[in-house]
Design a binder for this molecule. Structure first.
Ligand code: NAD
Length: 283
């Protein structure tokens, strides 16, 4: 199984970052989105990211130009007909992903591997939508994709050994470190990380310490590079709440009780850096 031409569906934060890493590793990319604006935004972000690498001398101008030339941005799913792998990185929504995967399934070759970058949806359930569920797998990248080395390689119940091996090798080829994970709510990282963030909101709401003190405590006492509340602002409070809701719903265990303060802040639209107001203010 060789992946020389890869389709990425969704040109948002994650899809554009994934396309960048693939192209920089010499892989041809077809980047698909539904609107011209979304493609322009994705390609604009990607070009800006490459330009920053050039200015830091982490990349030559020629390498950046070659990477850009390897990416074809398109609104036409038919462009996926010749790819060896499709990585779906569209909006997190089960019905939307099901629709996209069925559309991709009808276009690609029988041998094409299909992956999803979902943060919370069951890989086993998505695989069940495809004609060949054994060739479906989770490839969970982390944000920002060009910076963070981890990829969780998530096997659904149906995923074949060959597909898991090939996708793990691809992650290494593009400079990432894969870890093998079985399909389970929150996979590994979010299952451990997001309840910790939720706990920080419970501690904050109880008045045990201020936000600054909670973050300083976890940085200086647990050697974390960033405090849990600053991290929540970076990830997006809505995303943290969505992951908690998946853990609570799928496990049905009261230990995943969500912080009322977290819910309150999401209801107020205080989602973190992206709205310039979260636990901290970024105005
Ligand atoms: P985003 O909102 O930045 O981008 C999603 C893109 O999907 C948009 O450009 C949208 O136009 C496009 N899209 C919607 N419907 C489409 C369709 N039918 N066909 C093609 N494209 C379509 O979202 P994101 O943050 O990049 O997240 C994408 C996926 O990655 C989600 O499943 C998310 O859970 C997952 N993820 C996100 C993060 C993160 O920190 N943002 C981290 C890991 C995984």
């Amino acid at each position: 199984m060789q992946f020389e031409r890869v389709g990425v569906v969704g040109a948002g934060t994650m899809g554009s970052g994934i396309a960048q890493c693939l192209a920089l590793s010499g892989i041809d990319v077809v980047l698909i989105d539904v609107t011209r604006e979304a493609l322009e935004r994705g390609m604009g972000g990607l070009s800006g990211s490459l330009a920053r690498l050039v200015s830091k001398e982490a990349l030559t101008r020629e390498e950046a130009d070659r990477a850009l030339a390897r990416i074809e941005a398109s609104m036409d799913y038919a462009r996926l007909a010749e790819v060896d792998l499709v990585i779906e990185a569209a909006t997190e929504n089960f019905d939307l992903k099901t629709r996209i995967l069925k559309q991709v399934d009808a276009i690609v070759r029988q041998s094409t591997v299909i992956a999803s970058n979902t943060s919370s949806i069951s890989i086993t359930a998505l695989a069940a939508m495809l004609t060949n569920p054994y060739r479906f797998i989770g490839m969970h990248f982390f944000n920002p994709v060009p910076v963070l080395p981890l990829v969780e390689i998530i096997r659904g119940l149906q995923t074949s050994d060959e597909v898991a091996r090939a996708v793990g090798e691809l992650a290494q080829r593009i400079g990432k470190t894969p870890i093998a994970v079985k399909n389970s709510p929150g996979f590994v990282v979010n299952r451990i990380l997001v309840p910790m963030i939720n706990e920080a909101f419970l501690v904050l709401a109880e008045g045990v310490a201020t936000a600054e003190e909670i973050d300083a405590g976890m940085k200086l006492g647990a050697n974390h590079p960033i405090g849990p509340l600053a991290l929540a602002d970076l990830i997006g409070l809505d995303v943290c709440l969505a992951v908690m809701n998946v853990l609570a719903g799928d496990f049905g265990d009261p230990k995943y009780r969500t912080s009322p303060l977290l819910r309150e802040m999401v209801a107020a639209g205080h989602l973190g850096r992206k709205t310039k107001q979260g636990v901290y203010s970024y105005a």
